[in-house]
Write a protein that binds this ligand. Structure first.
Ligand code: ME8
Length: 509
């Protein structure tokens, strides 16, 4: 990936997406988790010079929204309009720099869904039939035998722990079964799904249960809030088919296929593991039916948990984004903590103790103190000016950590990338202690090298805390962050002009 950047940045396009969230309530820390990771990835590749298009939004159709609006006594349209605004507000506070916020109730999207479904119908991928089964409204999903739990002799949703509803109705099916071998091939041979064990999980499910045709229509008598099925007005389209297609609407499908192709080739889709099946078995098949390749990368992360249970509205154990912002007084600290704890493989338990120690250890004592120490030293011993004179030996140590961090960023391992950036700061603190620049009459080399190390670590933090890092760089005389890898070279800056000694992070109350 690094090489591609060097070859010519005008060629590099990237498409980053988050799931579109159900706006039945305000977003919680679980939604922020995926959205912050996606934003950091977007900002990282933009920093390298990629042309990144970042899509997020809200999934506004289906029974879940219809029922929630009924409960609150407002029309569904009014409700989703209001809630989409709430999501945008949160993302603004958290500095989420999306390129487009898509809503599935937009006319453009409705047209795309009708177009795509008509195409599937014309090609014979859809046929009428009857469906019987147990349905979870919270998941908007039918559960087959063996997939649900039994409590009091009644099927219960394994995710939401609530009773399933028995539904028997006429519907239309999508011939997913036709694409079974193709999906298996993509999962087995491709390196689309990361981490890989998630694709193995889907593979073994398909191998043991097959890939069943999917019911994709809901009678309006039961679900009225949805996009009408183009060839039978008694039905609306299943919310998941509607929702998945948002990723194509976001790029201008089908009107601007050049643009779709340009970005889709290098698409990076982030999801939580709860919606893995939809984004592999169903999504890959749906794309194939429309003659489109699967995404380039599907990044799947595990859950934020509270007492071992997935955090979620249905379980009533959500940690609020507001509480976290209030605690640290800076939304960018929330971004840092989330990026620092992020884990694709394992669930992460929410813990204020861990969060506090990240804040105090990494930001206040490590980063903040080093910046203060270095700037004070520059002002006291060099009148605020340090000129290029790199200590080659120490620069090598920093270089190695920097390369590791960049490589991890390029493979989407954000928390690992942060760890190496923090190591740069640790090493630099130790280097100052060893060199004691205040004791020598010629401290320029040490101080210049220290400022370079701070600059490199700051660049590595830039996608996570753009405003805070921008302020820190400013205080050492650097006005703007450039694009491309060249700026990551040690010795890149001619001269530092330190104006002030900032206090970027304050002690916790
Ligand atoms: O599933 N830990 O929307 P949704 C980690 N509309 N991530 C979490 C989380 C947790 N405890 N809770 C939520 C939907 N998330 C559909 C998606 S896409 C075409 C349609 C995050 O509001 C995580 O990204 O239920 C998860 O996949 C997503 O929110 C589910 O959001």
């Amino acid at each position: 990936m690094t090489n591609t950047v060097r070859q010519g940045i005008e060629e590099c396009y990237m498409y980053v997406t988050t799931p579109i969230y159900y706006p039945n309530d305000k977003p919680h820390l679980g939604h922020a988790y995926t959205t912050i990771l996606a934003d950091v990835i977007s900002r990282w590749f933009s920093l390298l010079g990629y042309n990144v298009y970042f899509l997020t939004g809200t999934d506004e159709h289906g029974l879940k929204l219809q029922r929630e609006a009924d409960k609150r006594g407002v029309s569904t349209k009014e409700f989703v309009d209001q809630m989409a605004g709430v999501f945008k507000e949160y993302w603004k506070v958290l500095g989420i720099g999306y390129s487009r916020f898509i809503r599935t109730t937009e006319q453009e999207h409705e047209e795309v869904v009708k177009y795509a479904v008509s195409r599937l119908w014309d090609r014979g991928y859809i046929y009428p039939g009857k469906y019987k089964g147990w349905y979870c409204t919270a998941c908007e999903k039918f559960y087959g035998e063996g997939e649900y739990i039994i409590e009091n002799n009644t099927p219960v949703c394994p995710t939401h722990r609530r009773y399933l509803e028995y539904i028997e109705e006429d519907t239309y099916f999508l011939r997913l079964s036709l694409f079974k071998d193709q999906v298996i091939k993509l999962l087995r041979e491709g390196s689309i799904v990361y981490p890989k064990h998630f694709s193995d999980e889907v593979l073994s499910k398909i191998e043991s249960e097959g890939l069943q045709d999917l019911s994709i229509a809901r009678p309006k008598s039961r679900v009225s809030w949805g996009i009408e099925l183009p060839f039978d007005s008694r039905y609306v389209i299943y919310v998941w088919i509607d929702a998945l297609l948002n990723y194509l609407t976001g790029l201008g499908y089908p009107k601007d296929m050049n643009r779709v192709e340009r970005y889709w080739k290098n698409s990076v889709q982030l999801i939580g593991k709860d919606i893995l099946w939809f984004h592999t078995a169903i999504w890959f098949a749906l794309l194939a039916m429309l003659d489109l390749p699967p995404p380039n990368k599907l990044l799947v992360h595990s859950y934020l948990t509270v007492k071992g249970q997935k955090m979620g509205k249905s379980l009533g154990n959500v940690v609020s984004i507001d509480d976290m912002i209030k605690r640290y007084g800076n939304p960018e600290v929330v971004r840092f903590i989330i990026a620092r704890i992020a884990n694709y493989d394992k669930d992460v338990e929410v813990s204020w103790d861990v969060y506090d120690s990240i804040y105090t250890g990494d930001l206040l004592n490590n980063y903040g103190n080093l910046v203060r120490r270095a700037t004070t030293l520059t002002i006291k011993t060099l009148n605020g000016r340090a000129t290029r004179d790199l200590d080659g030996e120490f620069a090598n140590t920093i270089d190695e950590l920097k390369e590791r961090s960049i490589n991890l960023y390029n493979s989407f391992e954000i928390s690992g990338a942060i760890k190496h950036a923090l190591d740069i700061l640790h090493e630099t603190n130790a280097y100052i202690n060893r060199r004691e620049p205040w004791r020598t009459s010629r401290p320029n080399q040490t101080i210049y090298t220290v400022l370079e190390a701070i600059r490199i670590a700051s660049l590595l933090f830039y996608p996570i805390m753009p405003v805070t890092v921008g302020g820190i760089l400013n205080s050492i005389g650097l006005d703007r962050v450039g694009q491309g890898l060249e700026q990551f070279r040690l010795g890149y800056v001619d001269e530092y002009s330190v104006r002030e000694s900032p206090i970027p992070f304050k002690k916790l109350q």
